[in-house]
Design a protein around this ligand. Structure first.
Ligand code: DX5
Ligand code: ZN
Length: 231
């Protein structure tokens, strides 16, 4: 794995921890949310349609039922074709942010406009094989750029270190253009890989297995935060 480069975040970026609900124990969802809330900033909510990705997860009814039991910012990662088809329903169910794959949307400007019309923050997502150049022209539209560090569709995969160069490129772009865009990383984030992503310039860290798969999710989230803290 490459060594951290020591690249610094600009003054507008604050680090955030986003547990991924996909790895939670659904038999006791409320307790799991309570456990992570104090040590987390966002809750990452993976919507999969069995079409854009080869898996199905959960959707609007689950979002609606967790909204009243968490104060965390609800970050909906839409791994779906036609991700703009359910924006009013997602907003009504309590989403704060929707992120859409650049590979799934023909018109990012229109997708951003529709999201904002529904009162939602908007972000773009790149698969591991998609270059930064695919999203660069649309960065000003986005509150968040999510860089996938695994192929989307499943939790528990290994971090792909070859995406770190793209994270650096995105961070440089954000700082050079004076943007406040959050750079989020998702997939295989652990105590070992999070510092690499942080050094490359990521400031929002999604972690499923590393938090909900741990004996004590609250301690795991706190340890992850310490691991990515700026020196
Ligand atoms: C994968 C999802 C991730 C997943 C991460 O397609 O987008 O959010 O939950 O899981 P871990 O942290 O276990 O790699
Ligand atoms: Zn995700």
């Amino acid at each position: 794995m490459p060594e951290p480069t020591g690249l610094r975040l600009g003054p507008m970026a604050t680090s955030k921890i986003a547990p991924s609900l996909l790895a939670a124990d659904f038999r006791c969802l409320e307790r799991q949310l309570v456990e992570v809330e104090a040590e987390s900033d966002w809750l990452h909510f993976d919507v999969m349609d069995g079409h854009f990705v080869p898996n199905i997860s959960f959707g609007i009814p689950v979002l609606r039922s967790i909204r009243p039991i968490t104060g965390l910012y609800l970050d909906c990662h839409l791994m779906t074709t036609n991700p703009d088809a359910f924006l009013p329903e997602l907003a009504e169910a309590g989403a704060d942010l929707v992120t859409m794959h650049i590979e799934a949307i023909p018109d990012p400007t229109d997708a951003a406009k529709k999201s904002r019309e529904n009162g939602l923050d908007f972000g773009l997502v790149c698969n591991p094989g998609t270059p930064f150049a695919a999203v660069g022209p649309f960065m000003e539209l986005a509150d968040v750029l999510l860089i996938m560090s695994v192929e989307p569709g499943f939790g528990g995969q290994s971090f792909m270190p070859n995406v770190l160069g793209k994270v650096e490129e995105a961070r440089e772009w954000v700082e050079e253009h004076g943007l406040a865009t959050d750079i989020q990383i998702d997939g295989g984030i652990t105590l070992q890989t999070a510092p690499l992503a942080a050094s490359a310039g990521a400031n929002v860290f999604v972690a499923g297995s590393a938090i909900f798969g741990a004996q004590d999710p609250s301690t795991a989230a706190a340890e992850l935060r310490r691991a990515i803290q700026r020196q």
